[in-house]
Write a protein that binds this ligand. Structure first.
Ligand code: 1GP
Length: 248
């Protein structure tokens, strides 16, 4: 079964899905394997691998190792075209639609599409929207784009609808890794009510309660990265799973 279909099934079975993000630059190789195994055991529905930069030279090897150790889908969440590996189950094929930088709207996609096809990786088309978060995040700095203001849900709604009309499959509302403020719940609800695409929400979510609030607001998938890397706590990883899954 295709990875996108698996993710959508997770959403209908559990109410919402839980993605654990691994930024390869923040870990040593051996720790990364352990961390991803823990993510699977804690109840994560997929491991995302990627970052705004890539300082290590062994991305392909890293994805291979993680894939060998986990049963859940391993999905590349690329900061740029250097982050591609044949060992992944799928790759988020992102277009940064909140910005007006052609490199991240279509340039990187033109470069990477033939490579993704040659390596036979499943591309998952995603409208990627950066939302203002109280500080300059790596995603904002590296993409050289301005995020959508947190208090302008109408802009977020119009952007999301354009993504739907363009045929994208998912939307990602992103405050940025380590964001001071996560995506406002009010904005999530307004976008959820306006479009029919499932929403991935991530960036700056630090507690299980905050993750649960994102699901109640309308997130179909929640991404947790930084707080798990810093705490390195299996219990916290599990608490996020419990908070995200099976909400009323
Ligand atoms: C970043 O949305 C992800 O792209 C996760 O953010 O690292 O802040 O959890 P955090």
């Amino acid at each position: 079964m295709a990875t996108l279909e698996k993710l959508l099934q997770v959403k209908s079975r559990k109410g919402a899905g839980y993605f654990v993000l691994i930024d390869p630059d923040k870990w040593r190789q051996e720790q990364l394997t352990e961390f991803s195994i823990a993510a699977g055991e804690a109840g994560a529905d997929a491991v995302l691998i990627g970052g705004s930069l890539l300082l290590s030279a062994s991305f392909d090897e890293l994805v291979k190792r993680i894939k060998e150790h986990v049963d859940i889908p391993v999905i590349i969440f690329p900061g740029n075209t250097t982050q591609i590996s044949r060992h992944a189950d799928a790759i988020f094929f992102l277009s940064l639609i909140s910005g007006r930088n052609p490199t991240f709207l279509i340039g990187e996609q033109v470069r990477s599409a033939p490579v993704i096809k040659a390596l036979n990786i499943e591309p998952i088309s995603i409208g990627y929207m950066l939302i203002e978060s109280g500080c300059t995040t790596s995603a904002e700095f590296m993409s050289n784009t301005r995020p959508i203001p947190g208090n302008k849900p109408d802009i977020a709604k119009a952007t999301a609808l354009a993504a739907e009309y363009l045929g994208m499959r998912l939307l990602y509302l992103e405050a940025g890794s380590g964001a001071k403020q996560s995506v406002p719940c009010e904005m999530i609800t307004q976008v959820r009510d306006y479009v029919s695409l499932p929403l991935i929400v991530g960036g700056g979510i630090r507690t299980p309660a905050e993750a649960a609030a994102k699901v109640s607001a309308g997130a179909s998938f929640v991404v947790i990265g930084n707080v798990l890397e810093y705490s390195n706590s299996f219990n916290l990883m599990k608490e996020f799973a419990e908070a995200i899954h099976f909400q009323k």
